[in-house]
Every structure is written in structure tokens, then in C-alpha cells.
Design a protein. Structure first.
Length: 192
């Protein structure tokens, strides 16, 4: 249940800035939320349950992309332009499932770097290629470089937001457990 609440908050972090006519500059809880969702997706369940959870998350994310494209940005929706993004959503969930079922600082850092960097590389390559719409970058090496250079502020913000989200989602439960353990130890010492 918590994984779905986190997924909902990640979706809202994408929608709410547009609803209030603000620009979020790619500062969302999406990557961190997908890593967390993935880490909880298959824990102790059969393969079909894991597949159903992944499919339900993808449907929610597809609907979000449709809403943002049509209503927030006012563009026609072309599903072909989103196939790579939807594959990336699934890949990040699977990454979270693979490396974050057993949480460590190194694994959270690796998941954060892998998800933000892969989105930067893949999404901007699709933008450069045209992604189903005319592109403003020439199909040359210089055009690809210009596309990636223009996206650096978005990458920085995605990396920071992913680190904050993943750090909170994976770190706060560990911190709470340490505090509870310390409190129990202090209470045991007082009673002894």
C-alpha cells in the first residue's frame, strides 16, 4: 500500500506544478518514487503479482503522460513518442526491485545515479531524434551535443530531486528504527 501512496505522490509532483501554472524544471519525485515502488513491487510475491503491480504503475504513469501532454502542454498525444519513456519507467521499477530490496547507502546512491543519468541520456536522445515530432536539433553530432547541453539544468534538478526523494524514502525508516532502538536501550538501562 505504501508503494502506491509513494507512486501517487510522485505523479502529483509532476501534475501539481502545471495545475498551479508553475514550472517545475524537472524537480519531481518520479525517479525516487519509481525506485521505491520497484523495491516493494516483488517482495515475497509470485511473478504474476509482481507483473500486475508493474502494469498498474505503468497504466497510472501512461495516463499521467497523456494528461500532461494534452491538457498541461496543449499538444496532440502520440503514443509512439512515449514508448521509450514508458520502457524507462519499467526499467527503473525493475532496478529498484533488483538492487533496493536490501537497502544500503551505496545501493541507494547507485540507484539514484543510474535512474537520473539514464533518463537524461535516453530522453534527450529521443528528443534529438525527434520523438515523433519535429526536432529543433540537427541530426549531427553537434546537434546531439547541443541537445544534451541544453538539458543539463534539468538533469541537475532531476539528480537532486531523486537523491532527496530516495534518501527520504529509504533513509527515514532506517533512521526511525535507529531512534527506536536507542530509546528501547535507554529504557532497558533505566529499568536495570
Amino acid at each position: 500500500m505504501l508503494a502506491y501512496i509513494v507512486l501517487l505522490l510522485a505523479v502529483l509532483s509532476r501534475i501539481l506544478p502545471h495545475a498551479f501554472h508553475a514550472v517545475n524544471w524537472n524537480f519531481t519525485a518520479m525517479s525516487g518514487g519509481l525506485l521505491f515502488f520497484g523495491s516493494r513491487m516483488g517482495a515475497g510475491h509470485r511473478t504474476w503479482v509482481t507483473a500486475a503491480r508493474l502494469a498498474s504503475a505503468l497504466l497510472v504513469l501512461m495516463a499521467t503522460d497523456y494528461y500532461l501532454t494534452v491538457y498541461a502542454f496543449g499538444y496532440p498525444f502520440r503514443a509512439g513518442g512515449y514508448v521509450v519513456t514508458w520502457a524507462w519507467y519499467a526499467a527503473v521499477c525493475l532496478l529498484g526491485m533488483g538492487i533496493l530490496q536490501k537497502v544500503s547507502v551505496l545501493r541507494v546512491v547507485a540507484g539514484t545515479l543510474a535512474s537520473a543519468t539514464s533518463f537524461f541520456l535516453v530522453s534527450n536522445f529521443v528528443v534529438w531524434m525527434g520523438g515523433g515530432v519535429p526536432t529543433m536539433y540537427p541530426h549531427t553530432l553537434a546537434g546531439l551535443g547541443a541537445c544534451y547541453t541544453a538539458a543539463i539544468p534539468f538533469y541537475r534538478n532531476d539528480l537532486v530531486s531523486t537523491a532527496l526523494t530516495a534518501g527520504a524514502l529509504f533513509g527515514l525508516p532506517v533512521l526511525a528504527a535507529k531512534i527506536a532502538e536507542t530509546m528501547h536501550a535507554a529504557q532497558d538501562n533505566r529499568l536495570a
